[in-house]
Design a protein around this ligand. Structure first.
Ligand SMILES: N[C@@H](CCC(=O)N[C@@H](CS)C(=O)NCC(=O)O)C(=O)O
Length: 198
């Protein structure tokens, strides 16, 4: 198995953390730039996006949340859905809303219009980030150590991506409870080895 990723994508990081937490060997990780239409990526995924995973049989598995779904069946233990399922999925959905909004702004600023955040859709996505993070901060996923669930994984990925891409934005506010979650998971190899960088 190998996973094609870049060093920044929050979607790819979710998949990589899940693989790491489930004990998969990530030495086959291949860093690609999806915007360069890397041939290895295009051959597996016509959407040319990361994460793209290739099974040992050569089958592509794409889409971060489908990769999580596939992994939960492929390697049920340790589960990333242990605990209160409804709450975990609800909080993970909130965090994914933040991540989707963050990715929309970054992609459009880089590929379409540096002033994208001033447009109507850009403003809506900033609101999604601000309100989504505020809701997560008010009621963060619980974490007492050990294997994290997908609410913890997605909330940490969203918080770290904020630092990577939006640190100096005037609308960013302090999130001490989410910061504590980041700190509590930071030394786990699956999180430490996938910390995003530009
Ligand atoms: N829904 C996909 C989104 C993946 C995605 O948009 N990845 C971005 C990087 S953050 C990408 O590869 N973009 C290249 C492109 O859109 O052409 C997932 O959950 O995996």
């Amino acid at each position: 198995m190998r996973i094609l990723t870049n060093t920044t994508s929050p979607y790819a990081r979710i998949a990589r953390i899940a693989l790491g937490e489930k004990g998969f060997d990530l030495s086959g990780t291949e860093i690609v730039n999806p915007w360069d239409d890397a041939p290895a990526l295009l051959a597996l995924n016509s959407a040319a996006r990361v994460p793209t995973l290739e099974t040992d049989a050569g089958l592509p598995i794409t889409e971060s949340l489908l990769i999580l779904l596939w992994l939960e069946r492929k390697a049920p233990e340790p589960s990333l859905l242990h605990g209160d399922l409804d709450r975990i999925v609800s909080l993970a959905g909130r965090a994914m809303g933040v991540i989707d909004a963050q990715a929309t702004i970054v992609t459009n600023r880089m590929q379409v219009d540096p002033d994208f955040a001033q447009h109507r859709v850009g403003k809506r996505r900033i609101r999604s980030i601000v309100d989504g993070l505020a809701a997560l901060e008010a009621d963060p996923p619980g974490y007492a150590g050990g294997t994290p669930d997908i609410a913890v994984i997605t909330a940490v990925v969203a918080r770290d991506y904020l630092d990577l891409r939006f640190k100096d934005e005037p609308w960013v506010v302090a999130t001490p409870r989410l910061d504590a979650l980041v700190a509590a998971t930071a030394e786990r190899p699956a999180f430490r080895d996938t910390k995003p960088y530009i």
